[in-house]
Design a protein around this ligand. Structure first.
Ligand code: TXA
Ligand code: MG
Length: 350
């Protein structure tokens, strides 16, 4: 299905959206765009359909899926309750890049929640996702539509490359938009707990509910509460390092690491931003957004990581960022892609 930028209202009656909705209802796998990344959808009440998501992705069975609904009201029938903090966050950010962890009623397919008493619920903002969910009229389990471990797909082409032959349908909606996945927040306790940084920032959520705690597992000092967070993720094929710093010190350190890789005979790629795009020498220098615009970096991050694979880059040196606002989400993805190989130059270092 190809999407040409139409409104949700006109999409709802589209025969192809209807066909995709029917496929979902009848247990088939359909990949579709959301405003964060592409999702791989299946009927969340159909155990066999949900199992086939895990098979298609090669995803570990203990990593639960997010369930997507057209609106908050549609989610209510499947969950025990929507806590007050959850409702406030939902009112502020749905439809949008936010997933709330709440207790479920036990009526979803068991594989969705990997045996947990809780489920992640999300109302995506993309017009195609909205039209599809309202027509499917079933809860739709949808992880990111990549093979497990690979960068999440921001374009239909990425889904095609990863899952061609393993799924029944794919809706092409162009570039997804936000570029990083939804923020995952557990709202079952008295204080909301951030489990995965994403499209909605900590600062934005604190404006709505006051305090939001951060899962210590995100800083690597405990086992992450969100099962998916512990797996290798977003990883390009090459060996990767991330360098956090500023100005000349950053450029100098990045370049010396790139030179080191080249001296060892590797094909070396540098991931930089508009600000430093002309400062490096390497086999490939790829630009991902601008430091002055965190949303632009988030938007193209996964595209750029995938591009390094296409170019056969074996050694990747990436500029990192201070963990604030959307850069918190960007750094979370970068450090996972680099398997924790992050060098922080600190202030005035070098
Ligand atoms: O933006 C997104 O969230 C995308 C689009 C397609 O909606 N979906 C997505 O799904 O990123 P996935 O499966 O790739 O990531 C879901 C994350 C995983 O880290 C998973 O462990 C966590 O949410 N999660 C799901 N259910 C959970 C639960 N009950 N408790 C804790 N974490 C949970
Ligand atoms: Mg994923």
């Amino acid at each position: 299905i190809y999407f040409d930028g139409r409104t949700e209202a006109s999409l709802r009656d589209d025969p192809m959206i209807q066909e995709a909705a029917t496929m979902l209802r009848t247990g088939k796998l359909v990949a579709f765009p959301t405003e964060t990344v592409y999702g791989l959808g299946a009927n969340a009440a159909d155990e066999t359909a949900v199992q086939s998501i895990f098979t298609a992705k090669g995803r570990p069975a203990d990593n639960p899926l997010i369930v997507h609904f057209a609106d908050e009201a549609a989610a209510i029938g499947w969950i025990l309750e929507m806590p007050e903090n959850g409702h406030r966050l939902a009112s502020a950010f749905w439809p949008g890049p936010l997933t709330l962890i709440v207790e479920h009623l036990g009526t979803l397919a068991p594989a969705v929640t990997a045996g947990l008493p809780t489920v992640g619920v999300r109302v995506p903002a993309h017009p195609i996702a909205q039209a599809l969910l309202s027509q499917a009229r079933v809860p739709v389990a949808a992880p990111s539509a990549n093979r497990s471990g690979k960068p999440s797909p921001t374009q239909a082409e990425h889904v095609w490359k990863d899952l061609n032959g393993r799924i029944h349908g794919l809706i092409d909606g162009g570039h997804s938009g936000v570029g990083v996945e939804s923020t995952v927040v557990d709202v079952t306790g008295p204080v909301p707990l951030l489990l995965r940084p994403g499209g909605v920032t900590l600062e934005q959520m604190r404006q709505v509910v006051g305090s939001v705690a951060v899962d210590p597992g995100l800083q690597g000092v405990a086992i992450p509460r969100s099962p998916g967070v512990k797996y290798r993720h977003y990883a390009p094929q090459g060996e990767m390092w991330v360098v956090i710093g500023n100005g000349e010190a950053l450029v100098k350190k990045m370049q010396s690491m790139a030179d080191d890789g080249r001296a060892r005979g590797y094909t070396v790629g540098i991931l930089t931003t508009e600000e430093h795009r002309n400062r490096y020498r390497a086999d490939y220098v790829l630009t991902c957004g601008s430091r002055s615009n965190p949303a632009s970096v988030a938007r193209y991050l996964f595209d750029t990581l995938r591009r390094f694979d296409e170019l056969g880059v074996e050694w990747i040196i990436a500029e990192g960022f201070e963990e604030e606002g959307l850069f918190d989400s960007v750094m979370n993805r970068l450090s996972k892609a680099a398997e924790g190989q992050v060098i922080d130059l600190g202030e005035g270092d070098i």
